[in-house]
Design a protein around this ligand. Sequence first.
Ligand SMILES: Nc1ncnc2c1ncn2[C@@H]1O[C@H](COP(=O)(O)OP(=O)(O)OP(=O)(O)O)[C@@H](O)[C@H]1O
Ligand SMILES: [Mg+2]
Length: 334
Amino acid sequence: MGRITLDKVEKRFGDVQVIPPLDLTIEEGEFVVFVGPSGCGKSTLLRLIAGLEDVSGGQIRIDGNDATMIPPAKRGLAMVFQSYALYPHMSVRKNIAFPLKMAGMDKAEQDRRIDNAAKILNLTDYIDRKPGQLSGGQRQRVAIGRAIVREPAAFLFDEPLSNLDAALRVGMRLEITELHSRLKTTMIYVTHDQVEAMTMADKIVVLRAGHIEQVGSPLELYRRPRNLFVAGFIGSPKMNLIAGAEAAKHNATTIGIRPEHMGVSKTEGMWKGRVGVSEHLGSDTFFYVHDTGLTDGITVRVPGEFDLKSGDTVYLTPDMTHLHKFDDKGLRIE
Ligand SMILES: Nc1ncnc2c1ncn2[C@@H]1O[C@H](COP(=O)(O)OP(=O)(O)OP(=O)(O)O)[C@@H](O)[C@H]1O
Ligand SMILES: [Mg+2]
């Protein structure tokens, strides 16, 4: 259960085409992440799958059945939003029970599902509290619990962690990944957080202006971005993109080299520059190198500490085994 197929799915708001006809298959049990810049159509695509928006064209199939005209409640999908919208006057138990009660489910079956979800999400000790007596992470878990008890064919998450602070996000990220490996239910997860996409996904779908730029595993996208957009979008800090004479030497219009694939020396190397800002993370150091004559501000990432100050001369040597080449249309060569 939980195979979702989009066949030429299209969305227009009035005259504005937000999603041009798009094809995508999400396999049963897959964890698929939609990423892309703000306004590229991630939420719209998720809402089309959920049935919260009507398609302007095309077909959505869930487990082989045409679901295009089926109302959201009958699609067997459960959505978790960024704002978790719990009922403040109801206990955790009642909040989780709500969709089951609405569906008129038998009380014993309701309790079985709620107790099971509470156990999976470590909410058993909080089951009688009101949302106001919970932390942000616990509240988000209640919202996920409300989705779990419906035993959906797929979970749809729209930036569920973006209201949480950094430490909680990391914790919840792991919890959702573990939840997926335990439930093995299809999950579609929207985020613009790089790290979430890379660490959680079986498959990443990179969107731009409503169309798919590339679909692949996190490492496929990292190792072989299909075009300049994906090259610049996947990876943090961003890949350095160099055009002009240096790229022409490699029979390319643009060459790309990731910050972590750049060798650094104080004495010798291929490109000479001057250190600008450096950022010391402890585990890594990022340098921004200027005046190389290539492109302004080459970013370099070295593990651990590296003793360079602003204004120092530095030599950079790219690791040629990790060189990316792009043609005049911005498409990957080789
Ligand atoms: N109801 C609507 N009417 C008109 N335009 C809309 C409507 N909903 C969304 N849009 C437009 O559709 C485009 C895609 O919006 P969407 O919310 O899907 O983007 P997103 O990728 O989720 O962005 P973000 O990362 O900011 O959440 C945007 O240009 C947005 O302005
Ligand atoms: Mg959105």
